[in-house]
Design a protein around this ligand. Structure first.
Ligand SMILES: Cc1cc2nc3c(=O)[nH]c(=O)nc-3n(C[C@H](O)[C@H](O)[C@H](O)COP(=O)(O)OP(=O)(O)OC[C@H]3O[C@@H](n4cnc5c(N)ncnc54)[C@H](O)[C@@H]3O)c2cc1C
Length: 456
């Protein structure tokens, strides 16, 4: 039976915009394996910014919480209606409003899939660099709301660097447009920047103007395996010290490497404990020269050096990298995977520290991630049926956040605070900074109805 809220929303929006039947698909996001589920009171699927504005006006008149939802691939519980409320599913707002390949720009609805933007750009010789791992399901609006990164954020920056304008609906139901098809804008305070990474707590993003660049002619990765964290981290630092601008510098360590060893597209030596993937891009000549330099930089102490050349070999290597997370989950059926970031020269301390925290809480631990950005997916393996393990893993995650901030880093590099990391900002910010954070929230959302309890 439909809730009273859903019936009221039908009066505001019309029949076709309110989801009838089971709402269970909206109860969780990619954190479900950590046991996080909510229960939406209703789900709406607006098709335009004007319809989103009507929803927000209605919510503000009736004091109803709204939970914006993109592809539901978030790793911090941001799209989960933990305390109920109305889920605003943006998936029907999936129009490419304008695409001007000759001007390197695209204007899209917020619900357009990340993979659609990347594919369209590629078909016209262009690149939309942000490449978060769930691009087939995640939406541009969700990517902006989390400022999503990915392997190539090392050279090209995270999503926000590619967004020149945002259209959003803010309280109490107004459409605002900040920036646009322009490459510079310092007229007002950076409201665009505030919406980037706001995790649905300041308003609902309905559209975006995106910046593109000509796609590099060639990409060439080099993979190198080492027998210790120390050797691997030294290799990573040598890349930066050389002055070579790699497009991506990734790492996979310990159990994450053993768990995915069988699928690696070459025979990995038994002693391999740490793997580095670094990629160069550019014209064919530039990329080839840079890849040669990378080989020389990664060679000392490497147990294996692999430099795929063909498109198939390169895709096989990245497919393997994309599969690491799943391979780790498959070990015990579940994992609690974090997203800390540290200064690059503390990467080794963060990796070793993750393993020590695992030992302290009696959990197997490992890390992988975006080494060039000092961004680690520090992970504790669990059996999701075992409540005690899950509890210990959450305690371990908390200790990890303390480690990250003690190392001068942050508790989240790309997934955001969402629900899972709420109330932990004090680990890295002082009172004055946190007051500003809360002040910004109160200015945008005086009634606290946008995604309550998240990013606090
Ligand atoms: C296999 C896998 C690999 C991943 N790899 C990466 C990676 O490499 N890098 C990375 O950064 N992340 C990665 N992620 C996490 C996730 O894909 C990103 O956080 C992504 O940006 C979330 O987009 P989404 O559309 O799924 O948003 P959702 O999960 O639906 O929502 C995420 C947050 O954004 C808010 N939100 C969504 N849409 C809007 C909107 N239109 N307006 C306002 N707020 C909104 C939600 O309320 C929520 O707080 C990965 C996830 C998976 C499952």
């Amino acid at each position: 039976m439909m809730s009273a809220l859903a019936e009221d929303l039908i009066r505001v929006l019309g029949q076709g915009r309110v989801v009838a039947g089971s709402l269970s698909a909206y109860a969780a996001d990619a954190t479900e394996h950590e046991g996080l589920r909510g229960e939406p009171h209703a789900v709406v699927q607006p098709q335009s910014a004007e319809e989103v504005a009507r929803i927000v006006s209605w919510a503000y008149r009736n004091d109803v919480a709204l939970v914006p939802r993109g592809g539901g691939t978030g790793f911090s519980g941001g799209a989960v209606p933990v305390d109920g409320g109305v889920v605003v599913d943006l998936s029907r707002m999936a129009r490419v409003r304008a695409f001007d390949p000759e001007l390197w720009r695209m204007h899209v609805d917020a619900g357009v899939l990340t993979s659609t933007v990347r594919r369209l750009a590629r078909e016209h010789g262009l690149l939309f660099p942000p490449d978060p791992g769930a691009a087939e399901q995640s939406q541009i609006g969700g990517n902006i709301a989390t400022n999503a990164g990915g392997p190539h954020a090392f050279k090209y920056g995270a999503t926000g660097a590619w967004v020149t304008g945002i259209e959003a609906v803010v309280a109490p139901g107004e459409i605002i447009r900040v920036g646009g098809a322009i490459r510079k804008d310092v007229a007002g305070y950076d409201i665009r920047g505030l919406l980037v990474g706001s995790e649905g707590t300041l308003g609902i993003i309905t559209g975006a103007w995106l910046r593109l660049i000509p796609a590099p002619e060639v990409v060439l990765p080099v993979a190198a395996a080492y027998d210790s964290v120390q050797e691997g981290c030294a290799a990573i630092e040598s890349i930066l010290a050389s002055g070579l601008v790699a497009a991506a510098v990734e790492f996979v360590e310990g159990t994450a490497l053993t768990a995915s060893r069988g699928a690696f597209p070459a025979a990995l030596p038994e002693a391999a404990r740490f793997l580095v993937i670094a990629e160069t891009d550019g014209t064919a000549a530039e990329a080839a020269a840079a890849a040669e330099e990378l080989r020389e930089l990664l060679q000392p102490n490497a147990l294996l050096l692999q430099a795929p050349k063909t498109r198939q070999e390169i895709s096989a290597l990245w497919r393997w990298r994309d599969g690491v997370s799943l391979a780790v989950s498959a070990q015990r059926g579940g994992k609690v995977s974090e997203d800390i970031v540290v200064p690059l020269d503390r990467l080794r301390d963060a990796i070793d520290g993750t393993n020590l925290i695992g030992e302290r809480f009696g959990l197997e631990a490992c890390s992988w991630g975006h080494a060039g950005d000092g961004n680690l997916h520090s992970t504790f393996l669990i059996n999701p049926e075992n409540d005690d393990e899950l509890k210990r893993a959450h305690q371990a995650a908390r200790a990890l956040h303390e480690l990250a901030t003690n190392l001068g880093g942050s508790i989240s590099g790309e997934h955001g605070l969402g629900w899972l990391k709420r109330d932990q900002l004090h680990l890295q910010w002082n009172e004055a900074a946190i007051e500003l954070h809360h002040g910004i929230k109160a200015t945008f959302d005086p009634k606290g109805l946008f995604n309550p309890g998240k990013k606090t």
